[in-house]
Each structure stands twice: as structure tokens, then as C-alpha cells.
Design a protein around this ligand. Structure first.
Ligand code: NAP
Ligand code: MG
Length: 495
């Protein structure tokens, strides 16, 4: 079986795509079934990828353990930082290629992959390159004759399981902080989008990372992902994906009480108060749900608009949606929206749309697939939705929004918080006091005032309630990838 394939991308870029597993700095065959990776815009197969079995997971964990104990946790932190910086520079060099790869198997517009995903990935590696030698603990004088100091030590071998919506960016969010802290990693990309993670391994080799520090295992969640989550010699699982899978991973991680970080689903609200700058609110509410084909865990998929500006908001929201209704192949010029990730997701989103119609929501725009080929969905707007509707309660993960009106601040806060999720929330008002009071009352890990969708590599990212456990990015990720050791020192020889 071949371990790589030459690919010519629609934008003229050519490259060699690895198609097998990366363990201990070597390309190795997978023992599990192969699987197809498709272009979601054409439904054509791009390539067949080898899947990792539980035996392959064992091999990768052994390599990662050896690299952790003998090498990576032993070298100077500044040297780890230098390796991460080398990777950052290679990402910068190859940003057009990697953005093309992500566009190809994800379906997202190439320009979005380039300007959002790749810039973020580069920044994340640079940020943690700089952070590697700035991980500090505390020193505390516990009595006149005693002191204690606290060291932040790496956890060990980290299993990392990522989704398909931001393939390379999610890799960066996971791999960079883990390595900066002195851990080694075994990463499983999503089965739909393993291509950029495998290409990343070429950069790992080029940067000269020691063998076993980064291992990448393409495979199926129920086989590769599950074996990783259950593995007794894995110290942490960091996961991004759906809440039901997050729950499974939490159960599996119980085997040896692994440290876990879970970034799961959401049903994030936007609130538009009567004094909001309506043009700005419409713009942000639109991008908050429609960017990335609606496939963002923080998508603001429920919008609550004050009754006095409701009709005006709806008219403007439909106008902005029409202007952005430029759907097409990920490499064509001027598109705003690409294909959804898969046939399954397209069908799932269409079934939510049917539920919205059946439940009596008012369909203002879209409501169908787009075209005959490819997993496209028209941007879809439902108005006059009510709290019990399925489209208001469940994560759709597509370009479908549920809009309704409210009368009072207390009522809208109650509605926002009436959800098992608590990932993000947006609010729009010109009243500074109200903005901060409402921000405080919303049960969400991230709140946006007069914007939506913002994240930054220096700022913690994560959710309340069933949206997850722990935080990624910023200094918080350094906590998530280390454990503290307290050393008590007795200075008094007489006691
Ligand atoms: P998913 O099941 O949560 O997949 C995320 C990752 O977990 C993938 O790498 C997946 O592998 C892996 N996985 C699946 N089952 C596993 C298991 N039992 N043990 C360990 N790892 C496992 O998400 P999905 O199936 O792609 O999408 C389903 C729904 O999840 C979507 O409709 C959407 O609502 C939500 N979703 C949310 C996010 C987010 O960022 N919040 C991202 C993606 C999807 P495979 O790729 O092989 O399945
Ligand atoms: Mg899945």
C-alpha cells in the first residue's frame, strides 16, 4: 500500500499527501480499515487514508512515552520554544498550501482558510514558542523556618482528538501548548479532514523535532479515538467536538483518571436590545451564525431581538443574508459560503429545517439544499421561534438561525440561560451599564459585547455547563497541560 499520493489542487498547487500513520518520526502503515476522504463540494474522493488500530495506538503511546521521559521533558524549555518557533515559521512559509489542503477536504472557502485558520495557527505556535520558558510556579514562606515552592510540571503523554470544522487551527490549539509545557502528543484528526494534520508531520520532521514528540493517527472515532481515550498510559485527553462524544471520552478517561479538557457543543444566543446600533448588530449576528457554513461551536444560532426593533431587524437581516448568499466551490472567487462537511451533516441540517417548519417557525429565507451536487445548504432564517422548538434547543451546526422577540431584560436573560449549553453569548446595546450587567448574568464561557465570534490566542476559550470542561488558549492552556508539584523545605536544623 502506498504511503503518499501526489495531489494537484484546483488552484494549481501541487504537493505530496501522506496517507498513513506518523509514529516516532516515521511513516508507518495502519492496521485498521482504510477510509475515504472526500471533497465536500464535488463529492469526489480525494484520497484513501489508512486507519490506526488499537495496536497502532499502543505503538504511538510507547513512542510518545519514550520521547517524554528521555528527551522532551528533559531539554531546556527555551529549546522547546525554539522548536515551536521553527514550526511557526514553516507554517508561515506553507500557509497557502495548508490553507488549500484544509479548503479541499473541509469545503470551506480557501480565502477563509488562509486568512483565518492559517493566521491563527501561526500565531498560536508563535505564542506558545514564547511561552515555553515563561512557565513559573510560586514560592511561599510557610513559617519562619520553612518554605514551599510550587513547580508546574508537564503531564506526560497527551491524547488529542480534534474535529473537522477548523482542522489545522484545532491542531495548533492542541499541539502547541502541550509541547510548550514539555508533554508529548498523540493526535487523532477527524476522519473527514485528516489531510493537513498528516502534512503537518512533514513540518515536524523538517523542524527536526525528536522522534516520538508528535504522533498523528488518522482513524475512526469509535476505534482510534476510543482506544486513545481508554489507554492506561495516556495522561491527558484534550477533545473538541460534540457533547455526546465528549461524554463518552469523559467515561473512557475514567479508566486511569486522566486529566481532561473538553470543548463541546453550544447553542449560543445573541441579544439585540432596543438601543443597539442595528446595522452593526445585524452584521455581527449574521457572521456569528453564517461564518464557516455555520459550523462553529460558538455559532450564535439563537437571536433574541427587542420587540420594538424586531421587524426592522428581520428586514435588515434578510438583506444582509441575501448579499452574502454567494455559495460555491471552495476555490472559486468571491464566494462567502462553501459546502457543509458531509452528506450526513447536510441531511442532519435539512432534518432540522424540516423540524423548524413542522413546529411552526416562520421561514424567511433559504430552507433547502443548494444545487444538486455537493453538500451545500442555503443560508436559512427562521423567525417567530419559540423556546420549545427543536431548532431553538439543539445544536444544528449549519447555516440555520432561529430569531424571536423579547420584551424585558429579565425575560431575555432567562431565555438565554435556559439551555444545557453555555459556550458563548453576544449582546448588542449602547448602554454601558446594561452591557456589563447582562454580560455578568449570562451563563457562558465567552461573552461578546457589540460583536460576535471573537477569539484570540491569548484569551481563554471554553464553556460552562455541557459545553465543556477546562479552557484552551492563553495562559490557561499552560495550566491545562501542567500539574503542580509542591516542594516543602525545612530550613531549621533544630526541629
Ligand atoms: P464528534 O463525534 O464529536 O467528533 C469529534 C472527534 O471525536 C472526531 O475526531 C471523531 O472521530 C472523534 N470521536 C468520535 N467518537 C469518538 C469516541 N467514541 N471516542 C473517541 N473519539 C471519538 O463530531 P462529529 O461526528 O464529526 O459531528 C457530530 C456533531 O458534533 C455535529 O453535528 C456537531 O453538532 C457537533 N460538532 C461540534 C463541534 C464543536 O466544535 N463543538 C465540532 C464538530 C462537530 P471521527 O471523525 O472518526 O468521528
Ligand atoms: Mg463522528
Amino acid at each position: 500500500m502506498t504511503s503518499s499520493v501526489r495531489i494537484s489542487l484546483p488552484n494549481g498547487i501541487q504537493y505530496t499527501q501522506p496517507t498513513c500513520l506518523f509514529i516516532d518520526n516515521k511513516w508507518v502503515p495502519g492496521d485498521s480499515d482504510t477510509f475515504s476522504v472526500l471533497n465536500p463540494a464535488s463529492e469526489d474522493e480525494i484520497v484513501t487514508i489508512q486507519g490506526a488500530s488499537s495496536t497502532n495506538v499502543d505503538q504511538a503511546v510507547i513512542a510518545a512515552r519514550r520521547a517524554f521521559e528521555g528527551v522532551w521533558s528533559e531539554i531546556a524549555a527555551s529549546e522547546r520554544g525554539a522548536f515551536l518557533y521553527k514550526i511557526a515559521e514553516l507554517i508561515k512559509r506553507d500557509r497557502e498550501l495548508i490553507a488549500s489542503i484544509d479548503a479541499l477536504d473541509n469545503g470551506k472557502p480557501y480565502t477563509a482558510a488562509l486568512n483565518i485558520d492559517l493566521d491563527e495557527a501561526w500565531n498560536v505556535f508563535r505564542y506558545y514558542a514564547g511561552a515555553a520558558d515563561k512557565i513559573t510556579g510560586q514560592t511561599i514562606e510557610t513559617s519562619p523556618a520553612k518554605l514551599a515552592y510550587v513547580m508546574q510540571e508537564p503531564l506526560g503523554v497527551c491524547g488529542q482528538i480534534i474535529p473537522w470544522n477548523y482542522p489545522f487551527m484545532m491542531l495548533a490549539w492542541k499541539v502547541a501548548p502541550a509541547l510548550a509545557c514539555g508533554n508529548t502528543v498523540v493526535l487523532k484528526p477527524a476522519e473527514q479532514t485528516p489531510l493537513s494534520a498528516l502534512y503537518f508531520c512533514e513540518l515536524v520532521l523538517e523542524a527536526g523535532l525528536p522522534a516520538g514528540v508528535v504522533n498523528v493517527l488518522p482513524g475512526i472515532g469509535s476505534i482510534t479515538g476510543s482506544a486513545l481515550a481508554l489507554h492506561e498510559d495516556v495522561d491527558k485527553i484534550a477533545f473538541t467536538g460534540s457533547t455526546p462524544t465528549g461524554r463518552e471520552i469523559m467515561k473512557a478517561a475514567a479508566s486511569n483518571l486522566k486529566n481532561i479538557t473538553l470543548e463541546c457543543g453550544g447553542k449560543s444566543p445573541s441579544v439585540v436590545f432596543e438601543d443597539a446600533d442595528l446595522e452593526q448588530a445585524v452584521k455581527w449576528c449574521h457572521s456569528g451564525i453564517m461564518d464557516n457554513q455555520g459550523q462553529i461551536c460558538t455559532s450564535t444560532s439563537r437571536i433574541y431581538v427587542h420587540e420594538s426593533v424586531y421587524d426592522d431587524f428581520l428586514t435588515r437581516f434578510v438583506d444582509v443574508t441575501k448579499k452574502h448568499d454567494k455559495i460555491g466551490d471552495q476555490f472559486s472567487e468571491g464566494i462567502y459560503q462553501g459546502a457543509q462537511i458531509s452528506d450526513i451533516q447536510q441531511q442532519r441540517i435539512l432534518s432540522f429545517i424540516e423540524a423548524g417548519k413542522k413546529d411552526g417557525a416562520r421561514l424567511l429565507y433559504g430552507g433547502t439544499r443548494h444545487g444538486q451536487k455537493g453538500y451545500f445548504i442555503k443560508p436559512t432564517i427562521f423567525a417567530d421561534t419559540t423556546e420549545s422548538m427543536k431548532i431553538v434547543r439543539e445544536e444544528i451546526f449549519g447555516p440555520v438561525v432561529a430569531i424571536s422577540k423579547f420584551s424585558t431584560q429579565g425575560e431575555v436573560i432567562r431565555k438565554c440561560n435556559d439551555s444545557p449549553y453555555g459556550l458563548a453569548a453576544a449582546l448588542f446595546t449602547e448602554n454601558v451599564r446594561r452591557a456589563h450587567i447582562v454580560a455578568r448574568k449570562l451563563q457562558a464561557g465567552m461573552v461578546w459585547i457589540n460583536s460576535s465570534g471573537d477569539s484570540h490566542y491569548g484569551i481563554p476559550f471554553g464553556g460552562y455547563k455541557s459545553s465543556g470542561i477546562g479552557r484552551e488558549l492563553g495562559q490557561y492552556a499552560l495550566d491545562a497541560y501542567t500539574q503542580s508539584k509542591a516542594v516543602h523545605v525545612n530550613l531549621d536544623s533544630a526541629s
